[in-house]
Write a new protein. Structure first.
Length: 89
């Protein structure tokens, strides 16, 4: 049963990655691209977590946590840059 669930989760996450890539390419402005990239990183974190469960090792979880922290910081910086029009305004 867990094998079926993880297979479905990986297939669903792969579909979401493809949809997010299309969304990044078709986004009307920079802010939408930043948000789509943040969603893609969230899906990648989910894939790392599933991989950690399947392999039975914990270092994928550590990578997922580090990626989540970097993604959160990068999203805040990018949103601030887009809304203010520059890096130091």
């Amino acid at each position: 049963m867990p094998d079926i669930v993880t297979t479905v989760a990986v297939l669903w996450a792969t579909l979401l990655l493809v949809a997010g890539g299309v969304l990044i390419l078709r986004a009307p402005d920079t802010l939408h691209r930043v948000l789509a990239l943040d969603v893609l990183v969230s899906v990648l974190i989910m894939l790392l977590t599933i991989l950690s469960y399947q392999q039975g090792v914990s270092f994928y979880i550590d990578a997922a946590i580090g990626l989540a922290l970097l993604s959160f910081t990068a999203t805040l910086v990018a949103a601030r840059h887009v809304l203010r029009g520059g890096p130091f305004r």
